[in-house]
Design a protein around this ligand. Structure first.
Ligand code: MSP
Length: 513
């Protein structure tokens, strides 16, 4: 039987073209999806675009476009970006699709049935940029206007008839859910902020708007459109064919293993979403992980701040794998991280070209020149060889546990250290001085090739293209990439010849070189 794993990214607003923050969420989700897949899990990986609401309607108006036409264009750029980032998502959902609209309306009816919805009037602040309602104590004066204290985005006053969700009723059940599922909100540092917000008292939530039209209609009251967050959050189940609870996608993949999101949208995911689900008698997801922001200087990278590093430009210049590696390594996962081209170049030169690329080149060239390009079979492991080889076997379960706790920092440090050790092993063992002792020479070559194979497999979730290029040394293809094979020290005994491969990473010439 397969073990199942369901991971999602936030669905992105197509109000502007994708930037590095979006690329970051998606790359991290792809990292987990790939890791789980090579570890034998059946993976469902979902991304998409969040296309309704006032923010999109206004952005379309500014361009003089019909909102759907506007969304068609930008949603396509997100779809294209998924390809460019080499994501392995198996679905891409748009909230303007019929399958989604049907699910949202069905969920609305369920909430009505459970008596969680009533009609009243909303008077309060609304931020279009955040698509969020704020109370008086959550806004401040700025430049003669009002803005959210937290997100700094401007708010406007709203006074209109609205349907409400009885969020207040779910205060205690939510607190119980957090207590019973201590990993639900991750990383742990973000948990307290949510719990104290809920403990502070939950007000009922306005879940419909009347003053604009771009959204999904409330089923029995077409003057109202459904609040964009209730609409958007439902994507995670509409993509599994909700409300068909017997559909194999829903049965196999719900509750989701992890919703990966940025920390700014934690409240929606950790409070509203489980409350909606509990009200509809659907189990909440297993985990919400709120990652940090990609900063440019000290600020969040965003369109409104005009400080965007364009992922496409970076990929055109350096390639996708260096960007993936850099974001995964340099931004300590869970925290904010500053990125710069300068540091990206350092990372390419030191880790990718020197540490990994060089090791692959050295050992393959040596094998071609000294072993006739054949993987040596007459070998006899000694203590030094087994010490470095067996580490992978000894650590595999730790690696799995760390990944289940989203400890990407451990994972990448493990790989970097393994690369250092492998280079050191090859240098210290000096196979070029062992021409009189062929068994020893063969053993060192074999062990180093084995280590290259194991590390290439570990690198696959991070830099899939380069990992597969390296695995071509052994004629291995994507379908052969299997995490548990890193425990096997005899794997290469089945492989005959090695292939010579091209240089994996070109070093970047820096001004001071
Ligand atoms: N549409 C909502 C999400 C709905 S999910 C049901 C949304 N969209 S967004 O396009 O504004 O943001 C999508 C994600 O990108 C969020 O998780 C947000 O945190 C993330 N990022 C946007 N800018 C970012 C950075 N500069 N750095 C890292 N991630 C940030 O919110």
């Amino acid at each position: 039987m397969h073990k199942n794993f369901y991971i999602t990214t936030p669905i992105y607003y197509p109000s502007a073209r994708p930037h590095m923050g979006h690329a970051y969420s998606s790359i991290i989700a792809d990292f987990f999806a790939r890791f789980k897949r090579i570890d034998g899990f059946k993976v469902n990986f979902l991304t998409g675009t969040d296309e309704h609401g006032l923010k999109i309607q206004r952005a379309a108006e500014q361009k003089g476009l019909d909102p759907l036409k506007f969304c068609d264009e930008i949603s396509q750029t997100f779809r294209d970006l998924s390809k460019t980032l080499n994501l392995t998502n198996n679905d891409f959902i748009r909230t303007t699709e019929l399958r989604h609209i049907n699910s949202v309306q069905y969920l609305w009816n369920e909430l009505e049935k459970s008596n969680d919805i009533y009609l009243s009037k909303y008077s309060g602040w609304y931020s279009i940029s955040d698509e969020a309602f704020y109370s008086d104590d959550e806004v401040e004066n700025f430049d003669g206007k009002k803005r959210s204290i937290n997100s700094k985005s401007f708010v406007e006053w709203v006074d209109e008839e609205s349907y409400f969700f009885r969020l207040s009723k779910w205060e205690k059940p939510l607190l119980k859910y957090y207590a019973d599922n201590p990993d639900f909100i991750s990383p742990p540092s973000r948990k307290n902020e949510v719990i104290s917000f809920v403990k502070g008292g939950l007000k009922d939530l306005s879940i419909s708007r009347k003053s604009f039209t771009w959204g999904i209609k409330v089923p029995k009251d077409k003057d109202h459109i459904i609040y964009v967050w209730l609409d958007a959050l439902t994507n995670y189940i509409s993509a599994l064919n909700y409300p068909d609870l017997n559909d194999s996608l829903f049965k196999n993949f719900w509750p989701a293993s992890i919703h990966l999101i940025g920390k700014d949208i934690l409240r929606f995911h950790a409070i509203y979403w489980p409350a909606f689900l509990l009200a509809a008698k659907i189990p909440p997801p297993k985990k919400i992980y709120g990652h940090g922001w990609i900063l440019s200087g000290e600020e969040k990278m965003s369109k409104s701040k005009g400080n965007i590093l364009d992922p496409i430009e970076i990929i055109d210049k350096y390639g996708i794998d260096p960007l993936r590696y850099y974001l995964i390594k340099e931004v300590s996962f869970g925290n904010d991280g500053n990125i710069s081209q300068e540091r990206l170049e350092d990372c390419i030169n030191s880790d990718l070209a020197n540490n990994f690329g060089n090791l692959c080149q050295r050992v393959t060239t040596f094998t071609l020149n000294n072993c006739n390009g054949t993987i040596p079979k007459e070998i006899k492991f000694e203590k030094d060889d087994l010490k470095i080889l067996n580490k992978f076997k000894d650590n595999l379960n730790i690696i799995r546990q760390k990944i289940d706790n989203q400890d990407i920092n451990f994972y990448i440090d493990y790989i970097v250290n393994s690369l250092f050790e492998a280079n050191k092993y090859f240098n210290d063992q000096e196979p070029w001085k062992k021409k009189d002792d062929l068994v020893r020479l063969n053993t060192i070559v074999y062990a180093t090739l084995e280590i290259v194979r194991k590390i290439s497999i570990l690198l696959y979730p991070i830099i899939p293209e380069s990992s597969l290029k390296a695995l071509k040394i052994f004629q291995l293809q994507e379908k052969d990439v299997n995490l548990s094979s890193i425990v096997n020290n005899d794997f290469l005994l089945k492989v005959d010849k090695i292939n010579k491969i091209d240089i994996l990473f070109q070093k970047i010439k820096k001004n001071n070189d």
